[in-house]
Design a protein around this ligand. Structure first.
Ligand code: DGT
Ligand code: CA
Ligand code: CA
Ligand code: ZN
Length: 587
């Protein structure tokens, strides 16, 4: 076989980002730049390895791959480089490419810094920039200031941190990868079931590795079959009852096999969390029982369990839902029979945050509403980003809002399947003002206020923005309050206590945004908000019909933070929701 150069998706993306930056500095045509941007977005979203697809002659399966990109990948994987890319990059100071990973540093700034400090070698670039920032040599450069100098130092620390951490996959990505593996496994006649355990079953927002339990009477056949799974890159552990592998997308998969009669014990053990299992084991020991993945030993005798519920019942506990197996208070509560009745997706009667083609959504009003009807919702809030007065002018914006109001009223009068609520997602601006004036806000049924800019302000300023929105008489819901984007942007530095007090005092509703990379209000803060009697809404923030289903991730987050049906307002019927919206503003 000829030698190949295996680049991971991440390495390929970085390569494209560098070429893109070089193209931007050199002012290539917007069409070429767009094409490269699209390639980056596509590859970043893939859960299969580009190299693997290429090896199997399946690059065509990636949407939008043309002949040019294909020939670049051929060259990259056979020679380890792309001559055209090197040519585009070669006459620029190479240190600029090292700076691209820094938050807030785009192509132009990276180039300016690299030119000013003569950053010709990539190795010492970060050190030179750090020293330059510490000795305040950056703030005097054209286009930089004291603030950006400070930001560079913060970003340098962040970068060091993220380089040390292996990124965890989003739950949604894990579902895609796990779905492929389990449907492969279930094709085998000797495999009766294959269930994903670990953090995946506990529905954590991010997943480190996949843990799969296989139910079979023929362990050897099942494991041999798994080892033929085409995405496997390397076998890390291989034993009688377990294997661990890494896939070509760098994801680790742990497999355990067991028979029917101890599948329940295995599920309990393999679901974790580790802390839950530790506390459960201590509790069981106090009752003369010793737990393992094989069952429960009592007075020297091993009791096996086909189902998990019997396992818990044997040690005199009710079934504990995986989402709350945190290893905190769940076992104590279970002992007292005081586990909450967690919210379920079927409890939801509507969704109050969605986008259409009127702003940045992909589907029309009609398409979004039809999908909401299919989900059996009683009501559906369409909350596009409000049209901007700055770009469109006041009169046009007022006209758009009046027309939309009329359109939605007409729609509601024309059918009885669903009630559409007219909302907007308005911006909480850097100076705490709301992006739409009061008299226009009044035309809506409700308004969601969110921060979409200036996340790097100091804690006091950021907090005062959320507090201002909480006090605003025409705002009902505060959207994705922390602003975090998992693996991309940390939660904003907010004084949560202060914000929650303002929200509680003003009857505001706080959103649990279900976008898989947001899940915001973050689950660690949900119990605190609830203890202050703040009402929460689980919203999809869907930007397409398919994304309306993302609401299940919001349900997961709510269950993980102990929410019952009564804690979430959109489990209420239409009349009640109207009353709640009314009580949250002076509309
Ligand atoms: P992850 O993969 O980082 O998202 O988190 P988990 O919870 O899936 O952790 P993982 O994959 O290391 O282990 C899966 C489950 O297996 C874990 O939740 C409980 C069980 N487990 C693993 N190691 C131990 C251990 O040392 N003791 C006990 N009691 N259980 C363990
Ligand atoms: Ca795991
Ligand atoms: Ca594992
Ligand atoms: Zn938003």
């Amino acid at each position: 076989m000829t030698k190949t150069f295996k680049f991971s998706n991440k390495e390929i993306v970085n390569l494209f980002k560098e070429v893109l930056a070089a193209m931007e500095v050199k002012k290539f045509s917007i069409f070429r730049i767009r094409a490269y941007q699209n390639v980056i977005i596509t590859i970043e979203g893939l859960t299969v390895s580009v190299f693997n697809l290429w090896e199997n002659n399946k690059l065509d399966e990636i949407p939008g791959v043309g002949p040019t990109l294909k020939s670049h990948m051929d060259e990259l994987f056979t020679t380890g480089r792309v001559v055209e890319f090197d040519a585009i990059k070669h006459d620029l100071p190479q240190g600029m490419f090292e700076l691209l990973g820094l938050r807030g540093i785009g192509a132009k700034k990276a180039y300016k810094l690299a030119a000013a400090f003569k950053l010709h070698s990539r190795e010492d670039t970060l050190e030179i920039i750090k020293n330059a920032a510490l000795s305040h040599k950056i703030q005097n450069l054209d286009g930089f200031g004291e603030k950006s100098e400070e930001q560079i130092l913060i970003s340098l620390t962040e970068m060091k941190k993220t380089k040390q951490e292996k990124p965890r996959m989003l739950l949604m990505q894990a579902e895609e990868i796990a779905g492929r593996i389990t449907s492969y496994l279930k094709n085998h006649p000797e495999i009766k079931d294959a269930v994903v355990m670990g953090s995946y079953r506990r529905r954590a927002p991010t997943i480190g590795d996949l843990d799969i339990a296989i139910k079979t009477t023929d362990s050897q056949a099942a494991l041999n079959y798994f080892l033929k799974y085409p995405e496997i890159e390397e076998v890390v552990v291989s034993g009688d009852k377990r294997v661990a592998v890494t896939l070509s997308n760098d994801i680790q998969v742990d497999i355990r096999v067991c028979e029917d009669d101890d599948f329940g014990s295995m599920m309990q053990y393999f679901t974790g969390s580790k802390n839950h299992n530790i506390i459960l084991r201590t509790y069981a020991l106090e009752h003369g029982c010793s737990l393992s993945e094989y069952g429960i030993k009592k007075r020297g005798e091993l009791n096996k369990f086909t189902c998990e519920e019997d396992f818990y019942n044997f040690i005199k506990l009710p079934y504990i839902p995986p989402e709350i197996r945190h290893g905190t208070k769940e076992i104590e509560l279970a002992q007292k029979n005081k586990l909450p009745n967690l919210i379920q997706i079927t409890d939801l009667k509507g969704d109050l945050h969605s986008h259409t083609i009127a702003s940045d959504g992909l589907n029309s009003f009609q398409e979004m509403v039809s999908e909401a009807i299919k989900l059996n919702y009683d009501y559906f809030g369409v909350s596009d980003h409000a049209p901007s007065i700055q770009t469109k002018g006041y009169d046009d914006v007022a006209k758009i809002i009046e027309n939309t109001r009329r359109m939605i009223d007409t729609f509601n009068n024309s059918q009885s399947k669903i009630k559409v609520l007219f909302g907007y997602e308005v911006n909480i601006l850097a100076d705490s003002k709301i992006s739409l004036p009061d008299e226009l806000l009044k035309i809506l049924d409700y308004a969601v206020a969110s921060i979409h800019s200036s996340f790097n302000q100091d804690k006091k300023t950021l907090t005062s923005r959320l507090v201002a929105a909480a006090r605003h008489p025409l705002i009902n819901i505060i959207g994705h309050p922390s602003g975090r984007l998992i693996n991309e942007r940390e939660s904003a530095d907010i004084d949560w206590r202060e914000f929650f007090i303002a929200a509680a005092d003003n009857n505001k509703i706080i959103e649990i945004n279900s976008q898989p990379n947001r899940l915001d209000l973050t689950e660690d803060l949900i119990p605190d908000a609830l203890s202050r009697n703040i009402r929460l809404v689980i919203n999809s923030d869907a930007h397409s019909t398919g994304q309306l289903n993302y609401i299940k991730y919001g349900i997961d987050a709510a269950r993980r933070s102990w929410c019952g049906k009564e804690d979430i307002i959109n489990t209420q019927n239409f009349d009640q929701i109207i009353r709640i919206l009314q009580s949250s503003s002076l509309r």
